[in-house]
Design a protein around this ligand. Structure first.
Ligand SMILES: Cc1cc2nc3c(=O)[nH]c(=O)nc-3n(C[C@H](O)[C@H](O)[C@H](O)COP(=O)(O)OP(=O)(O)OC[C@H]3O[C@@H](n4cnc5c(N)ncnc54)[C@H](O)[C@@H]3O)c2cc1C
Length: 367
């Protein structure tokens, strides 16, 4: 098995992620993927031989309107059916989960203690080391220039250094996948969408809190060591909040410029943070970055065999939750590559076919 990486492992979206791991989705398949992945996160050291700091501290959604609380309540029957321990919480419980946080403006919240967060680059290093020891070859700094296709099957790839013949090719190139698949005349609707993160100076008294998410504004934060990491929606030119893209672009761009953090974001984050917790009153932001979500039209990834092109597979377009599902995605796509279909969970709804036929199996859930 050969992994070709045009830059360095982790240099794409993975290096910019927040590392959240949650079960609180509204689509059953997402929850099942989280359950499969979380079992792996729990056993990461046994499975890979490396450490990964999965902190099972929960995800706490907080709402300041009754409508928001009703929306949070909606998927509870689904959680119950899938045995995900999620509970609605009031101000008293919220104040216990995040000591000192402002709760007088809240109408309620929802909490799952099985959720939490990890570290994408640390996990990637563990996966890569384990794969390397198992005989996988990694070639960094070698881009795939095009997929080689003969009739209705893929026969390998052409890279910046030559050609590689292969019976099976898996395209897992994040927001670059659309351009690459186009070289085999396969339309893959994945595009980049900017999101940003800011990191504070140490706030040690909040080092053990859950990932905390304001339902209405989309502002959220989690500890990273002694610091806090803040994630936020994008802001429109007139200062409005934009939680996700309005829709697919008219064309899928091939290369993207490195991103700068928009200047308008830091004042917005400072104001929201100071409102939410007195410990954030004089927030010192010590680092910030913008990175691309790899979006698809229904905010769900494309995973599995490409219809009509034997030997070609895709696992990309995770739309903001690719880290948490990575162990499940890897297992399931490999099952499909080796056995013809994923056995552990039926992932046929993630097939590229849905965009070819117009099938819409999911509700959208950008966070
Ligand atoms: C701000 C932010 C917050 C996020 N928060 C979370 C979160 O809390 N939880 C979560 O689960 N997810 C989160 N995500 C999403 C998550 O980080 C991504 O879904 C995930 O990292 C995608 O991984 P990937 O391997 O598919 O893509 P990438 O990490 O982009 O990897 C693709 C790789 O392909 C390489 N490549 C591209 N083209 C070629 C080519 N032609 N030849 C060879 N190599 C190529 C690139 O260099 C890159 O290294 C967040 C993302 C962002 C931006």
């Amino acid at each position: 098995m050969l992994v070709l990486e045009k830059d360095r492992l982790g240099s794409g979206t993975t290096k910019g992620g927040l590392g959240g791991i949650r079960h609180q989705f509204v689509d059953e398949l997402d929850i099942r993927l989280s359950q499969l992945a979380t079992a792996f996160w729990h056993n990461f050291e046994d499975r890979t031989g490396s450490r990964h700091d999965f902190r099972e501290r929960g995800y706490l959604f907080i709402a300041n309107t009754q409508e928001g609380v009703a929306e949070l309540r909606e998927p509870l029957p689904l959680y119950e059916r899938l045995k995900v321990p999620v509970e609605m919480v009031g101000r008293v419980e919220i104040a216990e989960l995040v000591p000192g946080m402002r709760v007088d403006d809240l109408a309620g919240g929802r909490f799952c203690g099985r959720d939490g967060y990890g570290d994408p680059l640390v996990a990637l290093a563990g996966f890569a080391a384990s794969a390397h020891l198992a005989g996988v070859t990694f070639r960094e700094g070698e881009a795939v220039v095009s997929l080689l296709r003969e009739g209705d099957r893929v026969t390998g790839v052409r890279t910046s250094s030559g050609s590689v013949r292969a019976e099976r090719v898996l395209v897992a190139t994040g927001c670059w996948s659309s351009t690459l698949c186009a070289t085999a005349s396969v339309a893959v609707p994945i595009w980049p969408y900017r999101r940003s993160i800011m990191e504070s100076a140490p706030i040690p008294q909040l080092a053990n809190i859950p990932m905390t998410i304001e339902w209405e504004s989309g502002f959220h934060f989690r500890p990273k060591g002694r610091a806090q990491r803040f994630a936020m929606p994008n802001l429109t030119a007139d200062g409005g909040v934009e939680k996700g893209p309005a829709g697919p672009p008219s064309a899928y761009p091939g290369d993207f410029a490195p991103l700068e953090v928009p200047a308008s974001l830091e004042p917005w984050v400072r104001a929201r943070a100071a409102w939410r917790h007195p410990a954030f009153a004089d927030l010192r932001i010590v680092d910030s970055w913008s990175c691309y979500y790899e979006m698809t039209p229904d905010d769900h990834p494309i995973v599995g065999a490409v219809p009509g092109v034997a030997g070609l597979y895709v696992a990309a377009g995770f739309s903001g939750h690719g880290f948490m599902h990575a162990p499940a995605t890897a297992q399931l796509v490999v099952e499909e590559m080796l056995d013809g279909r994923a056995r552990t969970i039926d992932i046929s709804d993630l097939s590229l076919e849905r965009f070819q036929t117009g099938r819409r199996p999911f509700k959208a859930t950008v966070l």
